[in-house]
Design a binder for this molecule. Structure first.
Ligand SMILES: C[S@@+](CC[C@H](N)C(=O)[O-])C[C@H]1O[C@@H](n2cnc3c(N)ncnc32)[C@H](O)[C@@H]1O
Ligand code: SF4
Ligand code: SF4
Length: 300
């Protein structure tokens, strides 16, 4: 991370904590909800299947930038399906960087060739060992691993949503992150139980067992891009929600925290680690602040 970027975020953090400000710093643009997969745990694919045009995405990125947001995520649907004429996802990343975003990350299912060297991180969903991943995501594990091996940069961070199907695969994904070329780290979420995927939710005890495994893997040197000090809050769902420092923009609609904010009762069962990590950080928890500094300087 550049020094100037670090100071921008440090200043933002200090002001947010001291003056209890609610200004956002992290924004996500949903560039399409179209997807080539139909994962068992996902409730947000192919609802409209519209690929939003370049001019609209550029306007939305500018809107976020003008709000003071400096960390941009491009998400979907499947982001690599995005196209407008000759323009591709890579052009959106380059445009976002030129606009002035300090960190630009892309979330993908990894089933298309990974040529995004300008992205700070490619968050690539891998949901277990081959068997469990394929059970959730269809027969995609081998093509994903093949795409990772041919990636054009070392900017991949595996992204695992832990649920009833893959809860015993946390160690496998940590080892894959440690041992796979081009992969920098792994980041976890717990399943967030939308009404149609309630059966995949983890109990408090299951979340605690997963956190024990993640903590043990961290101790053994696995590259985990999460904050151990947030685990107790995630296990008991006792972190503040929603996250006011995060917004999502989808087809002109701006939501605080996530698109899921409209689902009644969901925030109290939220499994997204970034929500716990950011809300605890901005509420000024010293352990979280130190671990966040250490982790971000290591992996971004
Ligand atoms: C909606 S997908 C979009 C990007 C891309 N298609 C992918 O699969 O990475 C973004 C991330 O959300 C995760 N996800 C989907 N539904 C979830 C849920 N109910 N709880 C937690 N994570 C979820 C996916 O596993 C994926 O890592
Ligand atoms: S690949 Fe991503 S958007 Fe598509 S169904 Fe799976 S989780 Fe949902
Ligand atoms: S806190 Fe609520 S809005 Fe934010 S990600 Fe969790 S469920 Fe979605």
């Amino acid at each position: 991370m550049k020094r100037s970027t670090f100071f921008h975020f440090a200043t933002f953090g200090v002001q947010t904590i001291l003056f209890k400000k609610k200004a956002p710093i992290l924004g996500t643009v949903i560039i399409t909800d179209k997807c080539n997969l139909h994962c068992k745990h996902c409730s947000v694919n192919n609802i409209t299947a519209i690929v939003h045009p370049y001019e609209q995405i550029r306007r939305e990125m500018q809107q976020l930038y003008d709000m003071g947001i400096r960390i941009l995520f491009l998400c979907g649907g499947e982001t690599f399906l995005w196209r407008d004429g000759n323009r591709t996802l890579r052009d959106l990343v380059i445009e976002a960087k030129a606009m002035g975003f300090l960190i630009v990350n892309v979330v993908t299912n990894g089933t298309y060739p990974l040529d995004l060297p300008e992205a700070d991180l490619i968050l690539l969903s891998l949901d277990g060992d081959k068997q469990r991943h394929n059970e959730i995501r269809g027969d995609t594990y081998d093509i994903i691993m093949e795409n990772i091996s041919h990636a054009s940069a070392d900017n991949i961070c595996l992204y695992m949503a832990i649920n009833q199907i893959n809860k015993d695969c946390v160690r496998d994904v940590c080892l894959t992150a440690r041992d796979t070329k081009h992969v920098r780290a792994v980041s976890f979420n717990f399943h967030t139980p939308y009404p149609d995927t309630k059966d995949l939710a983890l109990s408090r005890e299951e979340k605690a067992a997963c956190c024990d495994v993640i903590a043990q893997m961290m101790k053994e040197g696995a590259p985990v891009f999460n904050l151990k000090s947030a685990f107790p809050y995630l296990i008991d769902n006792r972190f503040p929600t929603p996250c006011h420092q995060c917004v999502v923009l989808e087809n002109g609609k701006l939501s605080t925290c996530g698109r899921c904010i409209d689902v009644p009762g969901l925030c109290s069962q939220c499994g997204y680690f970034f929500v716990a990590e950011y809300t605890l950080l901005f509420s000024g928890k010293p352990k979280i602040i130190f671990e966040m500094l250490y982790t971000y300087l290591k992996y971004v």
